[in-house]
Design a protein around this ligand. Structure first.
Ligand code: BGP
Length: 486
């Protein structure tokens, strides 16, 4: 008997900027993703450098139409191939597909009064195509792809004006797709503001005199995103009465290295900080420890009258999150071996294996995370990103035997089912990069997550052909049996 509830939303997830390509056609404007350069020699553990874009690099990128070293510009050409790709997702039995809307297809600079019809039409057709196969769209409004114009001219989300521009965009989307889309996510990994502020809120840290000033600007930008998310939630509930709006966080569970109370406290501190973002979006208020932190560090956030009421009144309906790895904290962190990821760099956990990119693989951590989140918030949970980035090899007979991926998913699914057995309400699972796409952090495609292989290398050589991997057939069986056959 399957432990997954009837109607469990099995599927996959991608983001516009990592999949669509077609970065400068049909009226699309340039976004922060289009200036992310592929840096072949970057240290896999150095997540800061992977994501970082300096003002000089941004200018350099704006002066070129190069698509070789700016891989997100070409993506996997989902823009032109989405019908065939959706057919493959339907073949696997997807119940849902998580996609994002590129803001710059709708408002190329963010400041326009009239939306770009070609952009609106593209997503309308995409959603209709999904509906044709009874695949429910789960749509992220902001997934690391804000208009670059707003970075250049407004200092990104630090400016209050960007709230209005985003709300204009989200309102247009809600109105246009009200009959096609019921499930919405406002901001992808809203907590990533401090890990890569350029990508998330359009802040170039070099533009600030001190670390403290940059930190203050990032908190200000974050506050603006919280407000924009609440206003969007308000409109969504008005425009689409049965809509469900989710926040989206990066779930990073941190373990203490030992039972030394100091280790336990350090781990608690990290976990508490990780909860900050969903606390605001679920409870509708800033947690006390953050307010204390602001006070102690002279972080002054400008809030308009009514902001706090908005946060309180328009909270989310479900919690979505990405889960890739767990972390370890230790009083002796400085003397410990480190591991990386695109998220955080931390102390190595000797009990866990790591992926080709050094991310610690921890299926049990997913169960702990689900229980943690459910106990804290009592809201439905949706795992909207999870998966393993790996190097795949095409065999002589043309097949891809990705047993390591099957093994990864199987272990994670077992843990989800155990959490469900323990009373957690988990409503869906969308694996990250269900078809190979460009990596968000390293801009590689050789870091593959998909059930479907895309014939492209990191410099864009290849046919763009799609090949079903062994995991494709396995996931199809999992979905068919609602998680019974793992
Ligand atoms: C998350 C992002 C995704 C994504 C994923 C995997 O942080 O929301 O956009 O790509 O991580 O990361 P990467 O692509 O760097 O391997």
């Amino acid at each position: 008997m399957s432990k997954f509830p009837n109607g469990f939303m099995w599927g996959g997830a991608i983001a516009a900027n990592q999949a669509e390509g077609a970065w400068n056609i049909d009226g699309k404007g340039i976004s922060v993703a289009d200036v992310a350069k592929y840096k072949p020699n970057i240290d896999k553990k150095d997540y800061v450098s992977q994501w970082h874009v300096t003002p000089e690099e941004m200018k350099e990128a704006m002066n070129t139409n190069d698509e070789i070293y700016y891989p997100k510009r070409r993506g996997i050409d989902f823009y032109h191939r989405y019908k065939d790709d959706i057919k493959l997702f339907a073949e696997m039995g997807f119940k849902t597909l998580r996609v994002s809307i590129a803001w710059t297809r709708i408002f190329p600079k963010g400041i326009e009064d009239i939306p770009n019809e070609k952009g609106l039409l593209f997503y309308e057709e995409l959603f209709k195509e999904l509906k044709k196969y009874n695949i429910e769209p789960l749509v992220t409004l902001s997934h690391y792809e804000m208009p670059l114009y707003l970075v250049e001219n407004y200092r990104g989300w630090e400016s209050r004006k960007v709230v209005d521009m985003f709300v204009k965009f989200s309102k247009v989307c809600l109105l246009r797709y009200k009959d096609l889309v019921k499930y919405w996510i406002t901001f992808n990994e809203i907590d990533s503001v401090f890990r890569h502020p350029f990508t998330t809120v359009g802040i170039l840290e070099e533009n600030y005199k001190s670390k403290r000033e940059a930190e203050e600007a990032i908190y200000q930008a974050l506050h603006h995103q919280f407000v924009a998310s609440s206003i969007t939630t308000k409109y969504a509930h008005q425009i689409i009465p049965d809509s469900k709006i989710g926040c989206m966080i990066t779930k990073t569970i941190t373990y203490p290295e030992t039972c030394n109370p100091v280790d336990v406290y350090l781990a608690q501190k990290d976990n508490r900080n990780n909860s900050f973002y969903s606390d605001v979006q679920v409870f509708g208020e800033y947690p006390k420890h953050i307010l204390k932190y602001f006070e102690k560090n002279q972080i002054n956030i400008k809030m308009l009258e009514g902001d706090l009421e908005l946060l309180k009144q328009h909270t989310v309906d479900f919690i979505s999150f990405s889960y890739y790895m767990s972390m370890v904290q230790s009083i002796n962190a400085d003397n410990r071996e480190k591991v990386g990821g695109n998220l955080l760099t931390g102390v190595k956990n000797p009990y866990l294996e790591t992926s080709d990119w050094g991310w610690q693989i921890d299926p049990v951590g997913l169960k702990i995370s689900l229980i943690d989140l459910y106990d804290r918030y009592h809201l439905p949970l949706w795992i909207v990103e999870n998966g393993i980035g790996a190097i795949d090899k095409i065999e002589d007979d043309g097949t891809i035997q990705d047993d390591y991926r099957i093994d990864y998913f199987r272990k994670h699914f077992e843990q989800i089912s155990e959490a469900i057995e323990e009373g957690v309400e988990c409503i869906g699972y969308t694996s990250w990069g269900c078809i190979d796409i460009i990596s968000a952090s390293t801009s590689q495609i050789s870091k593959r997550y998909g059930f479907i292989y895309v014939d492209l290398d990191d410099l864009g050589n290849g046919t763009y052909n799609r090949i079903k991997k062994k995991s494709f057939y396995w996931y199809k069986k999992v979905i068919e049996s609602n998680g019974n056959l793992l």
